[in-house]
Ligand binder design. Structure first.
Ligand code: IVH
Length: 662
């Protein structure tokens, strides 16, 4: 019987390792569950063969009243930080000055909790948090629930490995979704969620959190007959520990390391786990020893920290904006902070439910997140920093702009101001009509629309085309003059030549944005055909769903909209689809990838330009790619292009080439 139990344990450990460490399962979940049930049954019937490291204990069974304190025999040190190329370069220079040429290992700085694992006699015996570096907490029962942590290893003497316990982004999103549904407070980020889970006294709760771990340090590596860090990682990898091999690399100089940092900067958001930087370590143990330690840090390693994507600041006020559809959006006014290199003074709060579920109050300290190009948002409020100045936000019942009662429709998260004459809606919709993706009247931005509306010159979209009535007044208006008036009228005149899809996008028909406008213009060719279309005809068009079809139909059945279109016609605004206007160029027929951050044009503009010049803009580099255009901090895509011998072009060269086709 004992043999059967031992065999089952071995088998389950193997399958577990294949699934959670190698990410290549060899059996399906049903088979695994059935073997696990067999083992549970046998262990219940034969308690004399119990083993605290049996895979059956991974589901968590211990409930503690507190975690015991454990002293770290080998201190758990932290790392010094660098924040840019120059600081990293100084660090590397200093090291080379002291020890001569050397190799470095660079690896992801995992954003989790540092942990020390001890094994003896082939068995996992203890997991301890970093604590203050000298004394940590014994969280062994929780570590056992982390499925990628081996509970048995093929090494008989004492062995300690260190690394990071983290919560994968997928587990984090799942967990927060459940917490939201249950009305529980949300975790601000993966690290807090991992920390909260490891501190659970009931290991069953920890088991349900799906934590994971990467192991990146083998203290006293020489003890194992190894003479460098990289090999020590390969050694623990062979023993069954999860090592982040894909992003652990050897380098000789600062430029190579910087290139790796840029690569990780570009892909960090796509990784399945959070990283907050890159750790750079001298590879050779002897050289590490020579460099030694300060009181807090090893001198042979440093952490490059990414610019923060999340920061804490004070929420000073909540105010409402009204969109062109009447949508009411609450926004946070913040004490200004720098997030990921840009100044942030405002953040989105989305809707009333989000303010309530996150319990965000005026004067709260809040965590702000800015990811990529997305508008910053408030992640959570920090309850521990509350004093008695916080004020609960009362969502308005009336539009703060026009005073009309606001409505929230069933199943809708947002409130709407349904007054079509609401000045905010009017201004937003006129500004939208003039915006770049619509009529592209670049001399008529929202501030101007607002001012003209306040003066009574612009009350409806079609008023744009009779602004010349107010020539004298506009020329005399503060901050205006004859020249800017002329520029304004000229760009309005030019806009009359736009192809139909630009006008359609500008009208602000519900559900009809950039893409649907193109589809409709291409299909109907002129506005009258579209006006006369029945719902069933609209529905048959690819990319137009039934909700959009109804919205379009309703829009063109509204007398005021038809009157507006008549005014556009009277003003000789082109309402015909002018077809794809593709210009022959050096980019024609090429598959082009854009990478890195572009300064002159943004992604959308560069893509539109290239498409106009006959190119096909694609997302990823492959053998079929003809050209990669790179901006600042380009990383993996540029590297791949070089590896595949694909032509590359800097943004500067691209900009000067494009100018030739103006
Ligand atoms: S090496 C003596 N490597 O970053 C070696 N640390 O800011 C010290 N961390 O406390 C650690 N990923 O919790 C190392 N690949 C990595 C790391 C890493 C994350 C954490 C670790 C450390 C903190 C220092």
């Amino acid at each position: 019987m004992e043999n059967k139990i031992l065999n089952l344990r071995e088998l389950l450990n193997k399958y577990n390792y294949e699934y959670h460490v190698l990410d290549t399962p060899t059996i399906d979940d049903i088979e695994y569950d059935s073997l696990m049930r067999q083992l549970i049954e046998l262990e219940l019937q034969n308690p004399q063969f119990d083993d605290p490291n049996s895979p059956t204990h991974r589901v968590g069974s211990t409930v503690l009243s507190q975690f015991d304190k454990v002293q770290h025999i080998i201190l758990m040190l932290s790392l010094g930080n660098v924040f840019n190329y120059d600081e990293l370069s100084d660090f590397i220079d200093k090291i080379k000055k002291e020890i001569g040429e050397c190799q470095f290992v660079a690896e992801c700085k995992i954003d989790g909790l540092a942990m020390s694992l001890t094994y003896d006699n082939n068995e996992f015996i203890q997991g301890v948090t970093r604590g203050d570096g000298t004394i940590g907490e014994n969280v062994t029962s929780n570590i056992k629930t982390v499925k990628s942590v081996p509970l048995k290893i093929d090494y008989v003497n004492t062995l300690q490995v260190r690394g990071e316990i983290f919560m994968p982004k997928k587990s984090f999103n799942k967990l927060n979704k459940i917490r939201e549904e249950n009305g529980d407070e949300l975790f601000a980020n993966c690290r807090n969620a991992a920390a909260g889970s490891i501190r659970q006294l009931n290991s069953k709760i920890c088991a349900s959190r799906n934590l994971d771990g990467f192991w990146y340090h083998l203290p006293q590596g020489e003890k194992y007959g190894i003479d460098n860090h990289y090999d020590s990682l390969m050694f623990i990898d062979k023993l069954g520990f999860k090592v982040n091999k894909k992003y652990t690399r050897l380098f000789n100089n600062v430029d190579e390391i910087w290139q790796f940092i840029m690569e990780l900067t570009e892909i960090r958001e796509e990784l399945p786990f959070d990283i907050d930087g890159v750790v750079i370590k001298v590879n050779n143990f002897k050289q590490q020893e020579k460099l030694g330690y300060t009181a807090k840090f090893p001198k042979w390693a440093v952490a490059y920290k990414f610019p923060a994507l999340q920061v804490i600041t004070k929420l000073e006020d909540i105010f409402i904006t009204v969109g062109r559809t009447g949508k009411i959006t609450p926004n946070a006014k913040l004490e200004q902070v720098f997030v990921a290199g840009t100044k942030v003074g405002f953040a989105q709060l989305h809707n009333e439910d989000i303010i309530k579920s996150k319990d965000i109050r005026i004067n709260d300290y809040v965590i702000i997140r800015k990811a990529g190009d997305i508008i910053p948002e408030v992640v959570s409020s920090i309850k521990e920093r509350r004093d008695d100045t916080q004020i609960e936000y009362v969502f308005p019942t009336h539009c703060p702009i026009c005073g009309h009662k606001i409505y929230r429709y069933e199943k809708e998260a947002h409130h709407y101001c349904i007054n079509v004459d609401c000045p905010a809606r009017v201004v937003e919709s006129i500004a939208h009509f003039a915006s770049r993706d619509a009529m592209n009247i670049d001399t008529l931005g929202i501030k101007k629309v607002e001012a003209f509306h306040n003066n009574g010159w612009l009350n409806k979209i079609e008023d744009i085309f009779s602004l010349s009535k107010y020539e004298t007044q506009i020329c005399d208006a503060p901050g205006f003059g004859k020249k800017s008036y002329n520029n304004l009228i000229e760009s309005i005149e030019i806009s009359k030549q736009n192809s139909l899809e630009k006008i359609l996008n500008g009208l602000g028909i519900k559900q009809v944005g950039d893409k649907a406008s193109k589809v409709l213009a291409k299909h109907f060719k002129n506005i009258d055909a579209l006006i006369n279309a029945e719902i069933f005809q609209l529905e048959t068009i690819r990319d137009i769903g039934s909700i959009t079809a109804v919205a379009i139909y309703d829009y063109f059945n509204e007398t005021s909209n038809l009157e507006m279109i008549q005014v556009l016609k009277d003003n000789h605004v082109n309402l015909i689809y002018l077809g794809e206007q593709v210009q022959e160029s050096v980019f024609s027929g090429k598959n082009i990838v854009l990478t890195g951050s572009l300064n002159v044009y943004n992604r959308k503009e560069a893509t539109a330009l290239l498409e106009k010049l006959g190119a096909n803009v694609v997302g990823s580099v492959s053998a079929k790619t003809s050209l990669v255009i790179y901006g600042e901090s380009a990383g993996s895509k540029l590297k791949k292009a070089n590896e595949l011998n694909i032509d590359t072009m800097s943004e500067d060269d691209f900009v000067s080439l494009v100018k030739q086709y103006d």
